[in-house]
Design a protein around this ligand. Structure first.
Ligand SMILES: Nc1nc2c(ncn2[C@@H]2O[C@H](COP(=O)(O)OP(=O)(O)OP(=O)(O)O)[C@@H](O)[C@H]2O)c(=O)[nH]1
Ligand SMILES: [Mg+2]
Length: 443
């Protein structure tokens, strides 16, 4: 039989979408197909129809029942679909069996996401990351589509091409599939090595920023992270109403007030059931978030599934080991909510959240205030003594806190002020004669 899966690209194809709802799943059919459609459109394809089935359990051979598979085949033919895309993750054997019944290409959700990533990857770094994730995920699912790799492997692994096509490799009895496997494994090993180097470089880069307070924007794809980065820092990060617009990290200086600035990073958006390989391959890109002092979890609060998206982001953060970090929930797109009731409901559920609109600027002042408080730490009341000639101490307190009183006594000056706890080391560096906390917290 002719192999349908010689290319996994879905751009400009017509797709029939299939969703199988199992008991205990996090989404209903409508939500599942809605998001799948957004993913398909983001991949550049068009949707010609939908099929949904509720099942009590997966059919091991075909995922769906045989009758349903035949119905999907009929629909695909009727609508002239190029590809059938499942919102579920299928095993290689299930894809093979389904393609015997449905006479067109069958893809699963992870392959679709990987395809979007592949089409968006611009930098050499993200290209390598996507290629590795794609090879690892799709390689057991494909047959005989890897021969193009011989030149690639040759370039990367030094002379492997000759070995692959040459002596000792095409021995009697060795099937094309075995050669393909070897090519893929070589390419995977080479990509892993290159990505390891990138990871090391990135770790060094992130560490070099450790003297700065770092803030990372995380959140579901399309929540408005890049728009917020642009609004806060005047940057020109790419913004688009499509899923996975951002694939690379961008770190910019964010000036919170006259004397306080932090480093703010934008990163790749998350999605429900993000393929594991992708998370692993994008480790370097996610490094900024992993090491940030504060995460701003941006939520599109106007989205009907905002609550599910918050949970999905938590799941990815847990997988990255970031769930114990300081996380501030930012409820974005409040300008787009039908009524204030929706925003208020989320504020009741998450009382520490900050409601904003990255488009209109509403709530940005409050966000800056809350982040500044996180940067400086809780306010403490201090009594500081220094010599009258030393104007730097009073200057520091005025610039970074609130100076309450100055009392001159002999050659000394006694200052009382409110200051963020995290700024105490900065004050100590000016070596005042004495410094004492007299009241640990400010209301
Ligand atoms: N109405 C409204 N739209 C917004 C707001 N913030 C962002 N958007 C729009 O939402 C879409 C996605 O914005 P991005 O900033 O690209 O979102 P992102 O979170 O960076 O998305 P990815 O990089 O794809 O993960 C764009 O069309 C923005 O113009 C907002 O506060 N209100
Ligand atoms: Mg973005």
């Amino acid at each position: 039989m002719e192999n349908k899966r010689n290319s996994l690209k879905v751009a400009s194809e017509t797709a029939l979408l299939v969703s199988v709802i199992l008991p205990g799943g996090s989404v209903d059919a409508h939500q599942s197909l809605n998001e799948l459609e957004s993913l398909v459109r983001s991949a550049g394809a068009g949707v010609v129809g939908y099929v949904c089935q509720k099942r009590s359990r997966v059919n091991p051979a075909l995922y769906v029942g045989r009758g349903k598979a035949e119905q999907i085949a009929q629909r695909a033919e009727q609508y002239d679909a190029d590809v059938v895309i499942f919102d579920n993750n299928l095993s290689p054997a299930q894809i093979r069996e389904l393609e015997k019944i449905i006479h067109c290409k069958v893809l699963d959700r992870s392959e679709l996401i990987l395809d979007i990533f592949a089409s968006r990857a611009r930098t050499a770094e993200s290209r390598l990351q996507v290629e590795l994730a794609q090879l690892e995920y799709t390689y057991p699912r494909l047959t005989r589509m890897w021969t193009h790799l011989d030149t690639v492997v040759g370039g990367a692994a030094g002379g492997a091409a000759a070995a692959v096509g040459g002596i000792g490799t095409r021995g009697p009895g060795e099937s094309q599939l075995e050669i393909d496997r070897r090519l893929v494994q070589k390419r995977i090993a080479s990509l892993r090595r290159q990505i390891q180097q990138i990871d090391k470089r990135k770790t060094r880069q992130v560490k070099s920023r450790s003297q700065h307070f770092t803030v990372s924007l995380v959140g579901y794809t399309n929540a408005g992270k890049s728009t917020l980065l642009n609004m806060l820092t005047g940057s020109q990060a790419f913004v688009a109403d499509q899923l996975f617009a951002t694939l690379d990290t961008k770190t910019t200086r964010w000036k919170l007030n006259r004397d306080l600035y932090v480093l703010l990073s934008d990163t790749i958006g998350f999605v429900r059931d993000l393929p594991h390989n992708l998370i692993a391959s994008f480790h370097a890109t996610l490094e900024e978030a992993i090491h940030a002092d504060l995460l701003l979890h941006v939520v599109d609060v106007s989205h009907p599934q905002a609550d599910l998206q918050i949970k999905a982001v938590h799941n990815v953060l847990t997988e990255l080991g970031c769930d114990k970090k300081d996380i501030l929930l930012v409820l974005n797109k409040t300008d787009q909510c039908d009524s204030t009731v929706r925003r208020d409901t989320f504020m009741t559920l998450y009382p520490k959240a900050v409601a904003i609109s990255a488009r209109t600027g509403v709530g940005i002042d409050r966000l800056i205030e809350v982040v500044s408080a996180r940067v400086t730490g809780e306010n403490v009341r201090l009594r500081v003594t220094c010599t009258q000639q030393d104007g730097r101490v009073a200057g520091f307190l005025r610039a970074n806190g609130t100076l309450i009183s100055e009392e001159y006594l002999d050659s000394q000056v006694i200052l009382e002020a409110w200051l963020g706890r995290r700024q105490l080391p900065g004050l100590q560096r000016l070596k005042p004669s004495s410094c004492r906390i007299i009241n640990p917290s400010k209301a």
